[in-house]
Design a protein around this ligand. Structure first.
Ligand code: DGT
Ligand code: MG
Length: 607
């Protein structure tokens, strides 16, 4: 359905020359936490529901919104406004994370770049898919799925109108699939850039979608009441703009560029101007799996070992939940401490990491588990690393402890993993015999705090010290990111709770995000470091020892095995029969490594 022109096309800012080649979809789940709760408990569907965290209703379903319940309302106010409000505790974020991951995974099935933003928003760059579809259709017959912000007046010569219409159809397909397979209603925005796709998305809330053509960008932007509606304009920038008497986006459109150049750099002034006209060429940052998964707990001071142990134990329990959700087998563990130096009134971080044995983890029915014995082993590894970091003969004062799994055996659980095909229920140990923890002494500076690009040093040593002067910088950066990511969404209320979260005891939630964002962005894939993994022949031996017959070991699913190509079966059989003979001829006896093109690679540790 195309809406009628509410106003004449603003020819003054028609950007006939800017680029419209991309097709971007932004999808936002309606009342996300509330929908998760309604899917878990369908009885909630017909009643007003508020999701409570501490004394705040962080979101509510649309039934409750009819009573004036708004995001981030105090519980007391919400109950006054809607006495029948059914409150659900939403402090455990796990169900939301799981739902969020499912939606992200589903969106990846279109094989387009997907960028996850927070828990319930995703950008999808469907440019290539649209290019394919455009060849197969008669452009005149293509219609808009959902709403268009305004009727397309004159066809743009670059063909973007047809492309965006096709993108709107893709958005509709995606939304239907999310609803049919996962039960969530969503909103979508379709545009030629991320900024407009995101901003147009909530135009027809809930459960609907909107498209904007490039020539209407300027007039649409001028309807936004505040510069804060633009996702990349945060508190500081908007303060600076307000000091120039620029409040609305329309003010920003009209201001002379030289005025903006007083408080901002030249580049920033240009960017602000462009944003005000709806121009944005930011590429999608395809979301990948985090390079490490970690948690931190900060506190005033802890100076007793038993208390440190308690805190690590609590962190470890929560970290195990996260790693189970992730599904990859960790092979490296990092312990981080922030030490307070009372004399110098400063603090600094130190961390130490070591390899851990994948045998700590088991896979059952395709899910990663950490049996109790594995948990104790992890805990003793943590405390061993702690003992190396702290000289217990002297007093110590800690203000933060952190744990992170920093390397993973992705291949072992990945979809394409041979082991996955062959395994029934099997402990990883029987497949790989990696050596146990092998941390070594020594310190190196953790440059990652100061310079994201140099964080690969982490894997070159199992101990790092963060120089104190850099630390505040990092904390600020993390806090800023957290707030920005919440205020990115055009909801001023979010910022308030974003800040609230940082100041509240919900530190655990923040630290989770803190670590996730930090790890994701500051820890590029480490270069191969000291490897403490046993060599391939040992691994193969283990497999052979697990064998109870001449051909397949007991853990192998015979049916799956028989479905493999003959040469693969032969190779596996030979390997199980005589691990060394199957491997040695293929690799240098010195290196004992299988060649990359043999099936053995599926049984080798990630390098
Ligand atoms: P919508 O998109 O307007 O239909 O409603 P929601 O609930 O999906 O809101 P959205 O997309 O802004 O945020 C997604 C979820 O994130 C929401 O269900 C609850 C959570 N959330 C949003 N803002 C805040 C906040 O300020 N603090 C906390 N703790 N959680 C928030
Ligand atoms: Mg939402």
């Amino acid at each position: 359905m195309e809406e009628q022109n509410m106003e004449s096309s603003s020819s003054s800012c028609f950007d006939g020359y800017s680029e419209h080649s991309r097709s971007i979809i932004h999808i936002d789940i309606d009342c996300f936490y509330a929908q998760v709760e309604m899917i878990r408990n369908p009885e909630l569907r017909s009643v007003p529901v508020g999701v409570q965290q501490k004394n705040i209703v962080v979101t509510s379903n649309y039934e409750a919104r009819k009573f004036g319940i708004q995001k981030c309302m105090l519980v007391t106010d919400a109950v006054k406004a809607c006495p029948n409000l059914k409150l659900v505790n939403g402090e455990d974020l796990q169900p939301y994370r799981i739902a969020s991951n499912k939606i992200f995974t589903l969106l990846q099935t279109w094989k387009c770049p997907v960028e996850k933003l927070g828990m319930d928003e995703n950008f999808i760059d469907v440019t290539n898919l649209v290019q394919e579809r455009v060849k197969m259709v008669d452009s005149k017959s293509v219609t808009v799925a959902g709403h268009a912000y305004k009727v397309a007046s004159v066809e743009c010569i670059c063909g973007c109108h047809t492309r965006l219409k096709l993108a709107s159809q893709l958005a509709s397909e995606m939304r239907s699939k999310i609803f049919n397979e996962l039960g969530f209603t969503t909103c979508a925005g379709v545009a030629h850039n991320k900024l407009l796709a995101k901003l147009i998305c909530p135009l027809h809330k809930p459960n609907d979608q909107s498209l904007i053509f490039p020539e209407h960008a300027c007039s649409f932007m001028s309807t936004l009441p505040s510069v804060r509606c633009i996702p990349s304009i945060g508190a500081k920038t908007s303060e600076a703009l307000m000091s120039l008497n620029i409040h609305s986006v329309s003010d920003l459109q009209q201001v002379a560029p030289e005025i903006l150049q007083k408080p901002f750099s030249g580049d920033m002034a240009v960017r602000l101007k462009k944003l005000s006209f709806g121009e944005d060429n930011t590429p999608l940052k395809q979301t990948g799996r985090p390079l490490s998964i970690g948690l931190e707990d900060s506190f005033k001071t802890v100076s007793v070992k038993s208390e440190v142990e308690e805190r690590f134990s609590a962190l470890l329990q929560r970290l195990i939940v996260l790693v189970r959700e992730d599904g990859r087998i960790p092979v490296s563990l990092r312990v981080t401490l922030r030490k307070k130096d009372a004399k110098r009134l400063s603090s600094h971080r130190e961390s130490r990491q070591c390899q851990i044995s994948p045998s700590i983890f088991t896979i059952s029915n395709g899910s990663l588990n950490v049996p109790e014995a594995g948990q104790s082993k992890l805990m003793s590894t943590v405390m061993r690393l702690f003992n190396k970091l702290v000289d217990l003969t002297k007093p110590f004062h800690l203000t933060l402890v952190g744990l992170a799994f920093t390397k993973f055996q992705d291949r072992m659980t990945g979809r394409g993993s041979m082991v996955n095909y062959l395994m029934n229920d099997i402990s990883v140990q029987s497949v790989l015999n990696l050596t146990n923890d092998c941390d070594t002494s020594g310190c190196s500076m953790d440059y990652s705090a100061a310079s994201p690009s140099s964080s690969t040093t982490t894997d070159l040593s199992d101990a790092e010290v963060e120089p104190s002067p850099k630390k505040p910088k990092k904390v600020n950066w993390i806090a800023k990111r957290r707030c920005l990511s919440k205020e990115d969404v055009a909801s001023p209320s979010k910022l308030r709770v974003g800040e609230l979260r940082l100041n509240s005891r919900e530190l655990e939630k923040v630290s989770e995000l803190r670590l996730n964002s930090r790890d994701r962005s500051l820890t590029p894939r480490a270069s191969p470091a000291r490897e403490c993994l046993s060599d391939a022949s040992d691994s193969m031996k283990d497999i052979a020892e697990g064998s109870n017959c001449d051909s397949c070991p007991g853990y192998v699913d015979q049916e799956v095995f028989s479905a493999l190509p003959g040469d693969m079966q032969q190779e596996l059989k030979a390997m199980w029969k005589n691990p060394s003979s199957s491997e040695v001829p293929r690799s240098s006896p010195r290196t004992n490594k299988a060649k990359s093109n043999t099936i053995l690679k599926y049984f080798l540790p990630n390098k």
